[in-house]
Design a binder for this molecule. Structure first.
Ligand SMILES: [Zn+2]
Length: 478
């Protein structure tokens, strides 16, 4: 770890972000431009995200499978909007084993096509439905402008793909998974996302309707943090996913897809971090409690280490705990290091604490003395459980407050132009692509989502003044 100070978050958010990712050892740049290496600390965070999501997927009836990385080029061409949307970003393999391939292979940018092809083989009757499969994997999209975690050529994610007998069931599934993502974001990551529908312009290539969870980052820009798509019968028709219904009539299936990626790590960093570095939500943090022993002499060391080791053993039954027993660095260095890495709780054990039989505990989310408390050693597991819960709730509260303070209801177009420079605008919109395009051209802000929760009544479009029945968030986005 470098001892140099991080760039101030309020002054250079972008550089602060890069430095936090690198110095906290979440990720590093790879030799190929736009690719990244996810380091063990970053991967441990991703594993906790995976577990929290996977549990929810299984609880809602889904199973996991693995589909191939390579997709025949002709598959992508079967769905017109899909191929148009993804063509500019495709990585294509034309040579294999030294031979030019008869048909080029696409490295999957997403797997609707190959999974659709397989579903057409597997689904025969209404009895086979619904099919509820998720895959954990990586995909490649040849992005021109890249940022660690936020936009890289290759990224890890999960993609769910489901097939249903009716439109109603598929729509229900689309919203169910949007709710799963929302629940995950609030209750695991303490990120107060806003669930809603994407505009026609912003929806997924090939979808009938796309839903999203949108999060506000610490610089007020928006981040699309997960999406759930209702695909109608578009892919079913392109890939002949058909079933015999109860009356022995051949019908096309209704399909959905939904995904959340390592980009979410970027959302966590940019929602919660501060000038000292990461602040990780306790339920996802790879290390929830770090124990830092403090001693000057050998006898103090053996005294303090005995307590630290015992404490580690006791707390490890319920929490992810680490003892920082490095002897080559000072306790002060360790404090800074674990603050940079965002560990929610730090226990400091010195000879005086051992003597008094107490523990000094510091909260990462409340810097300095205000975040310190002294614990007596009875029922420690319950006390730490409570502390970690408190941290989760106070992080969520703080992020929600920040979000709400930066959402504005501009009175006219002039004011909209101004507020999207330092926040989001929540405004009536007539729904036309022209009005959306004008805002984008004038301000770089795009429509982020039409939230599921809408105010009653109707208003006038903030851009053209026509009648409008829905409100939308406009924001500059990552
Ligand atoms: Zn309008």
């Amino acid at each position: 770890m470098s001892t140099e100070k991080l760039p101030a978050r309020s002054e250079n958010f972008s550089e602060w972000y890069n430095q936090v990712v690198l110095r906290a050892e979440l990720a590093d740049y790879a030799p190929v431009r736009g690719c990244m290496v996810i380091r063990p600390y970053g991967w441990a965070l991703w594993e906790n995200i995976q577990q929290a999501l996977d549990r929810r997927f299984k609880e809602t009836g889904h199973v996991n499978a693995a589909f191939p990385l390579f997709i025949p080029m002709s598959f992508l061409e079967k769905e017109k909007e899909h191929v148009e949307g993804f063509s500019p970003e495709l990585a294509v393999v034309t040579v294999g084993g030294g031979e030019t391939l008869e048909e080029p292979l696409v490295v999957r940018p997403t797997s609707e096509t190959i999974i659709g092809y397989m579903y057409s083989k597997w689904i025969r009757s209404y009895r086979d439905l619904p099919v509820l499969i998720n895959q954990w994997g990586n995909v490649v999209r040849w992005e021109m402008r890249t940022r660690l975690f936020l936009r890289t050529l290759e990224f890890y994610w999960q993609e769910g793909h489901t097939a249903h007998a009716t439109e109603e069931e598929a729509l229900e599934e689309t919203l169910r998974m949007l709710n799963v993502y929302t629940d995950f974001a609030y209750n695991e990551a303490a990120v107060p996302v806003i669930p809603g529908r994407k505009s026609e312009t912003e929806k997924f290539a090939g979808a009938v309707q796309s839903y999203t969870i949108e999060a506000m980052m610490g610089d007020t820009r928006a981040l699309q943090a997960g999406t759930s798509h209702f695909l109608g019968q578009n892919f079913a028709r392109a890939f002949d996913i058909q079933y015999l219904d109860r009356n022995n009539q051949l019908q096309y299936c209704w399909t959905t897809s939904w995904g959340l990626s390592t980009r979410f790590i970027g959302a966590i960093i940019m929602t919660h971090g501060d000038d000292q570095g990461l602040i990780l939500p306790p339920r996802l943090a790879p290390i929830q409690i770090v124990i830092v022993p403090i001693y000057r002499s050998d006898s103090e060391q053996s005294q303090v280490m005995a307590v630290a080791t015992q404490l580690h053993k006791q707390l490890s039954t319920r929490f992810r705990v680490k003892v920082d027993d490095r002897s080559e660095v000072t306790p002060g260095f360790k404090f800074n290091d674990w603050e940079l890495r965002g560990v929610p709780l730090r226990i400091e054990i010195g000879p005086k604490d051992v003597e008094k039989g107490v523990l000094t505990v510091a909260r990462r989310d409340i810097p300095g003395k205000a975040g310190k408390s002294v614990l007596h050693p009875d029922n420690l597991e319950a006390q730490f459980g409570q502390l970690l819960d408190d941290i989760h709730h106070s992080m969520l509260k703080r992020a929600t407050q920040f979000r709400d303070e930066h959402i504005f209801d501009p009175k006219d177009y002039e004011e909209l132009r101004e507020v999207v420079q330092h926040g989001w605008a929540f405004s009536w919109w007539c729904g036309s692509a022209e009005c959306e395009a004008k805002v984008k051209e004038d301000t770089k802000a795009t429509t982020r989502c039409i939230p599921l929760e809408q105010p009653a009544g109707e208003g006038r479009c903030i851009v053209c003044g026509q009648r409008a029945t829905q409100k939308v968030y406009f924001a500059r986005a990552y």
